[in-house]
Design a protein around this ligand. Structure first.
Ligand code: ARG
Length: 264
């Protein structure tokens, strides 16, 4: 009798393990792009000196290949072994970011790392300043620049005409693409499906990002979608996994990172 019970228990456990496996929700990024945009560093309107200093440093890093080497480290996994730092004789350079955006800025233990964090360190190095990174909500960055709480905003931030009314931008240092993440097998198979007659999907975005702004203007304001806004891109992706939203609109590199983390 005991044996039968043990065998039954083993069966039940095996069955529940199988259920676990089949509950895995895989995600994918649609091939069609929602929007292509440029990333740059934002600096206060009245801070012309800092804008030209940071711009000059950034342009040198682009021209001598340092920027590409930093991108290689975080996107292709090729580490060129670069390190940055100086005696900080010229004070501090405070960068505001939202460290929820791999591979541009994210936590590695207690430290904020990523392309933006490292490019900012390289800029600070050139300016003889010590880099300080302040993590905040993405939609607080522009106000923090305007009020002087931070010297610059660097957060995979897209240059837009609306933001240019509030801050100045440096040279662009990266291209971002707004992509659509869906569950494997979703009815949404292209960006056009979001705009189709009668479409009314729930779309997840990170609050205040261009994914939020564009989908609000293009779709929600037209009565074609409901936008669900989350503090973190990862939370929007979690909502997609649990079926609370039908898709997520977000930048391509974080999209790849979130999808890879989910599908593994
Ligand atoms: N590129 C988008 C924008 O500028 C999203 C940036 C989000 N960045 C972040 N660190 N969370 O609106």
């Amino acid at each position: 009798m005991k044996k039968i019970f043990a065998a039954l228990l083993a069966l039940v456990m095996a069955a529940s393990l199988c259920a676990c496996g089949s509950n895995q929700v895989n995600l994918k990024i649609l091939d069609t792009e929602y929007a292509v945009e440029d990333y740059a560093i934002a600096i206060a309107k009245e801070n012309d000196q800092l804008l030209s200093d940071v711009d000059a440093a950034l342009n040198e890093l682009i021209a001598d290949g340092t920027l590409q080497k930093i991108v290689d480290k975080y996107i292709s996994g090729v580490d060129h072994g670069l390190t940055f730092g100086n005696d900080g004789a010229n004070g501090t350079l405070t960068m505001g970011t939202n460290a929820e955006f791999p591979p541009y800025e994210y936590y590695d233990g207690e430290n904020i790392v990523g392309i933006d964090a490292e490019v900012a360190a390289a800029i600070a190095d050139k300016l003889g300043k010590t880099l300080v990174i302040e993590d905040m909500a993405f939609d607080s960055i522009i106000v923090a620049i305007q009020t002087g709480k931070i010297d610059m905003g660097m957060a995979g931030m897209t240059v837009t005409d609306e933001r240019k009314e509030s801050v100045n931008f440096t040279t662009t240092y990266a291209t971002g693409v707004q992509v659509v993440i869906v569950r494997e097998g979703s009815k949404i198979t292209s960006v056009d499906d979001l705009f189709a007659d009668g479409a009314n999907y729930n779309i997840g975005v990170q609050t205040g990002t261009t994914g939020d702004l564009y989908s609000t203007w293009d779709l929600e304001d037209e009565g074609k979608a409901t936008i669900q806004r989350y503090n973190k891109g990862a939370d929007a992706v979690q909502a997609l996994v649990s079926g609370k939203v039908d898709c997520v609109i977000i930048d391509n590199e974080p999209a790849k990172a979130f999808v890879a983390a989910n599908n593994k």
